[in-house]
Design a protein around this ligand. Structure first.
Ligand SMILES: [Zn+2]
Length: 167
């Protein structure tokens, strides 16, 4: 499975995680579903697990106790076997965040679920692998400690000069 962690994230998975972190759990689910359906490799199950954590969060925010417990269990089935970090996503952190949330929900119970601590809705952390293409010769460039250089023509720049291109 660690082989499946090589490579970049599906753009819709990134969109989904951004929506997740913005608290838009329903919209996050829609984007992650596109990534899940589009992806043919095993990493689709990682996307599915993240999607289900988002639906769990959605159930929690809507006061749906049974839905939250069910989606927690379902999501862990898809997430349990992945390395702690996969394709730059902090999977172990996501699992422990979901676990802390469901523990608190179970203590509150169905009657008092709405009293849950909002700070338990933790965001997903990930880092995107950037691919740099040389603007002079079209070769894929190498990056080390923010120094980007072209192995073909020697073109180089510092990635901190280019923040304007990132959101
Ligand atoms: Zn070049």
């Amino acid at each position: 499975m660690s082989k499946d962690c090589e490579g970049t994230l599906h753009p819709k998975a990134i969109e989904g995680m951004k929506l997740f972190n913005a608290g838009k759990f329903f919209e996050a689910h829609e984007e992650l579903e596109i990534a899940w359906l589009a992806e043919k490799g095993n990493v689709r199950n990682l996307y599915r697990g993240i999607l289900q954590v988002g639906v769990m969060y959605l159930h929690v925010t809507r006061g749906n106790y049974n839905g939250a417990v069910k989606l927690y269990e379902r999501s862990m089935k898809w997430l349990k076997d992945w390395p702690d970090i996969c394709r730059g996503i902090q999977v172990a952190e996501l699992k422990s965040n979901a676990e802390n949330l469901i523990k608190a929900i179970k203590i509150l119970g169905a009657e008092r679920i709405k009293e849950f601590d909002l700070s338990l809705l933790r965001p997903i952390t990930w880092s995107e692998k950037r691919i740099w293409i040389c603007d002079r010769c079209g070769t894929e460039m190498h990056e080390k400690n923010c120094k980007v250089s072209c192995p073909n023509c020697g073109n180089r720049f510092d990635c901190s000069d280019l923040n304007i291109y990132f959101d």
